[in-house]
Each structure stands twice: as structure tokens, then as C-alpha cells.
Design a protein around this ligand. Structure first.
Ligand code: ZN
Length: 204
């Protein structure tokens, strides 16, 4: 039974007893707005007045409690589903970021190489050569910075020693040796230095 059904149930029981919302509210010592909220399924009666409500509208406590319990279970279900969905969406965005890192890395490296090779082999004046080399690094350095930022913040690193999953500092990522998606770093938990692999979530 969902909250809306419980509300309708309360309403029909109240009418059967010939009570208005205001009368019921008065007998329970609450506002008629509260009664209206239950009946439209926007809220549930507080447990402190549940018993009294049941007595007044001639509902068995069991009926109401069964509905109440099922509703609570629904809430738990919804909360769990939301958590799973949040985790999935984190995974998706981490994957997208890591793909973006590869693209930015490739483009900025390619741009640097093309500009450096042009400066070296094309028949250009000294000023043009300097200009091309500077432009190459102006593209490459921010590109690398973005890559390192993504490498640090998207997903987690897993310690090969103790299995601890964590987000390293940008400094640790910048000054550690990389090999594909693994980085040799010191684990903040066990303090051991090892090759740690990139993982998408903290879930195993
Ligand atoms: Zn460790």
C-alpha cells in the first residue's frame, strides 16, 4: 500500500464516520491542513497520534500499520535505487573525463610536435621559428595541466599492497612515474610505494 492509498483509506474511513477534516483535526488536536496532507498522500500521520487516529476513524491499527510499514519499505527501496543511480552516473562521468584526457593529451602533444618540426625543418626566419616553438608550448602546457587534473580527480587509485582506494593530490600525480593507467605512488593508508591502477569507483 502506498502513501496515496493510505490517504484515500483514511479519507473514506473518516467520511464513513461522518467526520469532516476539521472535526477530525480538532479531535486529534492538530491542524486540518495536516489531515488534508495525509488524505492527499503528501504526508503520513505521526506515530504519536496514529493509535488515536485509528480509534476515531475505526480502522484496525494493523491495517494502517501494514500500509505504513510497506510505505517505509518503499522509501528504503527508493533510497537504495537513488544511491545506485548516483554511483552509476559518477562512473559514467569518470569514464567520459578519462576519455577526454586521452583526446586532450593527443591533441596537445600532436600540436607541439607539428609546430616543433615545422620550426626545425621549414625554411623560416629566426623570429618565426621562436614564435612557433612558443606557440607549441602555449598549447602543450595547459593541455598537460588539464590531463593531470583529470588524472587526479576522475576515479580513484587503488593501492596494490592494501587495496585502499583514494584520490591522490595533483602534486603526487604530477611528480610520479606513469605507465598507461598505472602510477607509482605512496599509499596514504599503508605508506607503501607501489604501482597503483586507476579504478572508476570505490565499489569493488
Ligand atoms: Zn596501501
Amino acid at each position: 500500500m502506498d502513501q496515496e492509498k493510505i490517504g484515500k483509506f483514511i479519507a473514506s474511513q473518516r467520511k464513513e464516520k461522518g467526520l469532516t477534516q476539521a472535526k477530525l483535526a480538532e479531535r486529534l488536536g492538530i491542524s486540518d491542513r495536516a489531515v488534508s496532507k495525509w488524505e492527499t498522500g503528501r504526508s503520513m500521520p505521526d506515530s504519536s497520534i496514529m493509535l488515536e487516529l485509528c480509534v476515531i476513524i475505526g480502522l484496525t491499527v494493523n491495517d494502517l500499520l501494514t500500509g505504513w510499514k510497506t510505505t517505509m519499505e518503499n522509501y528504503k527501496d527508493i533510497a537504495e535505487k537513488t544511491l545506485i543511480e548516483m554511483r552509476r552516473s559518477e562512473e559514467r562521468s569518470n569514464r567520459a573525463m578519462l576519455n577526454m584526457e586521452i583526446i586532450i593529451g593527443l591533441i596537445s602533444t600532436a600540436a607541439l610536435l607539428v609546430l616543433l618540426l615545422t620550426a626545425k625543418y621549414a625554411d623560416l626566419s629566426g623570429a618565426w621559428q621562436t614564435g612557433l616553438i612558443i606557440t607549441g608550448f602555449v598549447i602543450f602546457i595547459p593541455g598537460m595541466y588539464f590531463c593531470l587534473r583529470i588524472e587526479t580527480t576522475a576515479g580513484y587509485y587503488e593501492c596494490a599492497e592494501c587495496g585502499h582506494r583514494y584520490v591522490p593530490t595533483l602534486t603526487a600525480i604530477t611528480f610520479s612515474p606513469h605507465m598507461g593507467r598505472t602510477t607509482r605512488m605512496k599509499c596514504p593508508k599503508c605508506g607503501k610505494k607501489n604501482w597503483q591502477k586507476k579504478v572508476i569507483t570505490t565499489e569493488r
